[in-house]
Design a protein. Structure first.
Length: 555
């Protein structure tokens, strides 16, 4: 007899009635005792006893149930390094459910990491085609969309606990410091009306989907790009109004300490700067381009400090003496600005020339032409200041368009192209250090890109507010796994971008090899595909070893 555990308690089953068995029969009994997906029963058979030989009908050898192994196995391995299964087990507990909610939460995160799709797609196709049935010990018949949806409802209540745990665990694994906090905001849109979600609103869409309702997602990451936490705001919330809420939330959760906040220029206002200074907080922020005019003399005369090829900075004191301004000039950005100005100037000049010809050929009213001029300048606002346009009536009352170029605007645009301005209340850092810290904001931008593209944060198909929050949380957890792999890759000398590494290892598959013997007994062996040379090198560099036998993870 064999005793084995199930979700409903221990059970027993007959392995075999033992009598005189030949080699094939003995292997069949051993296979039944070892089981599939239930773990190995120690002590019944010797491990590593050497090769075993049987007569196999080669014509009947076949492969069955090819499943995706590399991605689920790698994701589950990383989740265990992060300690997430244990935390989920403690947080979500165990009740009367057939399958524990913590296990279903792992399915959701792994599916989002390996092949992002809907819960229905995961239940009907992906789970059965993956190796998770063996790795988690949960049969495909127990994974359905209703159970996944209910797992989302239970998981969403653990957001803060999971954020706290991951911040501490990632810090231990990679020796991270959280002295520099990068904060940015993006939006993600809905498919559908989302009528039951009070946060679903129309607003400024970073996805260029102004026709859809959306929510705003505020994310705080470390200088290495590891997320500390996030908040979800209504879709019509402006960036500048989120700063105080997010800063106080993070400080209440992790303490104030001696942190430096890095914010994009879209979040800067006099009120926010006063809030940061009032709490003794240090900051590095971008500024609106309109402030550059105050530093025209410094732009022209310098002195500029070259910190790398094509990039110059200089430190400028604020008139009040309470802040430091960092003036930056980028050759690459200058070429981009010049190209944009040239393009917009050409569009406006061509448009005004057409209007002149139109007025000469037809009788137009002043009101109509003024509106046309306004639309033209509004659509090309980056160069609108160069043109002084007048629409006036001639002696017959017909409209006439006259325009000229403002040379002072042209000279200023040529001087300021490629320049931008930062400000900070940190007095003991060099201009190069302040610029480098501000550039770390690209880590927050990269986090949004990965979540939106690789992890399919957008669009959101859920309509209820609670499910939307859970969807974002699952994407957040999957991104932490993504960044963990990226950090391992960087330490292994494989670069900091894990996309190609994950794609290569995800090609590993698991199959059932069926060997029919002379005695009529089929021996079924569950095998993982032999890694290619490239895959073997990646595994070796990452310090990962494929399992010799497929065993259910102890959660």
């Amino acid at each position: 007899m064999e005793s084995y555990r199930t979700e409903r308690g221990p059970r027993q089953r007959v392995v075999a009635y033992l009598g005189e068995l030949d080699e094939a029969g003995r292997l069949g009994v051993q296979q039944a005792a070892v089981g599939e997906g239930q773990g190995h029963q120690p002590g019944l058979f010797e491990e590593g006893a050497g090769p075993t030989w049987v007569d196999v009908d080669l014509a009947g050898v076949r492969v069955e149930r090819t499943r995706l192994f590399g991605g689920p196995w790698l994701g589950l391995t990383l989740l265990h390094r992060l300690g997430l299964p244990a935390v989920l087990e403690q947080a979500m507990g165990e009740g009367r459910e057939t399958i524990r909610w913590s296990v279903m939460a792992l399915v959701l995160v792994l599916a989002r990491l390996c092949e992002p799709s809907s819960e229905l797609q995961v239940a009907e196709r992906w789970y059965e085609g993956s190796a998770l049935e063996d790795l988690l010990g949960v049969s495909a018949e127990h994974v359905n969309d209703d159970r996944l949806y209910r797992a989302l409802d239970v998981l969403v209540g653990q957001k803060e606990r999971l954020e706290r745990h991951l911040k501490e665990r990632v810090g231990e694994l990679f020796g991270l410091t959280y002295d520099l906090l990068l904060y940015d905001v993006t939006s993600t849109y809905f498919e559908g009306e989302a009528a039951e979600n009070g946060q679903a609103r129309r607003g400024y869409s970073r996805d260029h989907r102004a026709d859809c309702k959306q929510v705003c997602l505020a994310l705080v990451v470390s200088r290495e790009g590891f997320p500390l936490g996030y908040e979800v705001f209504a879709g019509n919330r402006t960036d500048v109004t989120t700063v105080e809420t997010v800063v106080e939330t993070m400080e209440a959760r992790y303490g104030r300490a001696d942190r430096i906040w890095v914010l994009d220029r879209g979040m800067v206002s006099a009120e926010n700067l006063a809030f940061l200074r009032g709490g003794g907080r240090r900051y590095i922020v971008g500024t609106l381009k309109g402030m550059l005019k105050q530093f025209e003399r410094a732009i022209v005369e310098g002195p500029w400090e070259t910190i790398r090829e094509g990039l110059e900075v200089q430190r400028c004191a604020a008139p009040e003496g309470t802040e430091t301004f960092i003036l930056c000039r980028s050759a690459q950005r200058r070429a981009k600005d010049a190209g944009m100005h040239e393009r917009f100037v050409r569009r406006i000049a061509d448009g005004l020339a057409r209007m002149e010809a139109d007025c000469a050929a037809r009788r137009r009213t002043v009101g109509v032409m003024e509106r046309r001029v306004g639309r033209l300048l509004g659509a090309n606002s980056r160069a609108a200041g160069l043109f002084a346009v007048q629409v006036e009536a001639d002696e017959r009352g017909a409209a006439r368009v006259r325009w000229s170029q403002v040379e002072t605007w042209r000279r200023w645009s040529e001087v300021s192209e490629g320049c931008y301005l930062l400000r900070s209340n940190i007095s003991d850092w060099s201009a190069a250090d302040l610029w480098q810290a501000y550039m770390q904001l690209t880590e927050a931008e990269a986090a949004f890109r990965v979540q939106k593209s690789d992890l399919r944060l957008r669009p959101i198909w859920h309509q209820k507010a609670k499910r939307v929050q859970a969807h974002i949380l699952v994407c957040f957890l999957a991104y932490v796994v993504w960044k963990t792999l990226g950090q391992l890759c960087e330490r292994a000398g494989l670069g900091s971008e894990p996309r190609q590494v994950f794609a290569e290892l995800q090609r590993l598959q698991m199959v059932d090899v069926v060997l029919p013997t002379r005695e009529g007994i089929d021996i079924r062996k569950r095998c993982v595909s032999q890694p290619t040379q490239h895959q073997a090198i990646l595994l070796q560099r990452l310090g990962l070893t494929l399992p010799a036998r497929i065993e259910t993870y102890q959660l």
